[in-house]
Design a protein around this ligand. Sequence first.
Ligand SMILES: N=[N+]=NCCCCNC(=O)[C@@H]1[C@H]2[C@H](O)[C@@H](O)[C@H](O)[C@@H](CO)[C@@H]12
Length: 444
Amino acid sequence: MSDFNKDFLFGVATASYQVEGAYNEDGRSMSIWDTFCRQDGKVYKGHNGDVACDHYHLYKDDVKMMKDLGIEAYRFSIAWPRIFPEKGHYNPKGIDFYKRLTDELLKNDIKPFVTIYHWDLPQWADDLGGWLNREVVDWFGEYVSKLFNELGGYIRNWITLNEPWCSSFLSYFIGEHAPGHKDLGEAVLVSHNLLLAHGKAVEIFRDINSSDSKIGITLNLNEVFPATDSPEDKAAARIADGFQNRWFLDPIFKGEYPKDMLELFGKYAKTDFITDGDLKRISQKLDFLGVNYYTRAVVKKGNDGILNAEQIDVDNEKTEMGWEVYPESLYNILMRLKNEYTFDLPLYITENGAAYKDVVSDDGHVHDEKRVEFLKKHFKQAKRFIDDGGNLRGYFVWSLMDNFEWAHGYSKRFGIVYVDYETEKRILKDSALWYKNLISTRTI
Ligand SMILES: N=[N+]=NCCCCNC(=O)[C@@H]1[C@H]2[C@H](O)[C@@H](O)[C@H](O)[C@@H](CO)[C@@H]12
């Protein structure tokens, strides 16, 4: 048994489109996810975020619930379509919601960690090309400037982007997320414009915010294993690692794209969009890195003609998402970051959690023992990293409450709090009570 020190932050995370609802209230305009949900076959049973968990109206109760659990930090995202519902048109009512939410958090001694972009691009921006249009960097700059000026006095921790891998490759190559394109060339261009927007936000942040405010980015990283020791499978694992991890880690922390991936992508995608100064903008010094970890990947040589790396099914415990439970990779990823990229830069686990088939028992409780075990194992790996000299500053469980799980709609439950979507009633799951005890004892 060992203790997390008193400065370590125990948090929970959500995202605007997944919990807020109030999709057309107080001036909010459509996002690409509002549009995507309305297209046939894109989202499970046509679910959407119109109401979601109604966090927009129930935030005070949700903050009280966090307070009662002893939660020390709350990671939430801001909906760009609330702040700029039209190009160049600022909506003060949009900011007012986040001022109310932040005020409630601070009154309850809960630190706000804000994600500036968690995938809900305004539809007006997408109509102008969205992340495919390099002008998006300027639109993003206007957006972040307003946030820093209006909220910078209350919010001290900022995350520019959530998982640019998902906003680019999952959304423009694999096509599972909005806007649902399937073009590798587009995805590579989008990934670059996302990183440029990230860099622009850091530049503006350094101009506007005081030094006691911190800025970082959140990346979803996984550890990639070859299915066998064969040279082909090892080569496939290297490419998959480049596709998932190095394509973002290298430009941000080393100021250059990985050569093997540039060469590979260059065969299928335009890569002449990288202009002088781009990598300098992308690789500015950060105050922390956020890591979202869910599972590892085991890959074999594939034949898709592009990456030629195919994830295989592993006969091991899985979550409702079909993701293998593999806590050791959390430690390995953090150690790799420390040794190869971030060194002594503060790290946060900005997301870790699991979806399971949660049901309300006859006793009115939700006995989610699998989630308790999942979290226990992963917190142990986080503590192992700290004991081995890792500069891990906090851990945000995904998620505070069940919510809109993107293409899966409301069919997957990640919360430590159960949400009855018919009534919006919240029910603490056993995992919430377990987390409350962990926070109070600080011992895993
Ligand atoms: N094909 N395929 N896909 C693999 C996708 C893995 C990466 N997905 C994530 O990390 C998302 C992250 C997101 O921030 C949050 O908004 C999501 O609710 C959670 C749970 O899904 C995780």
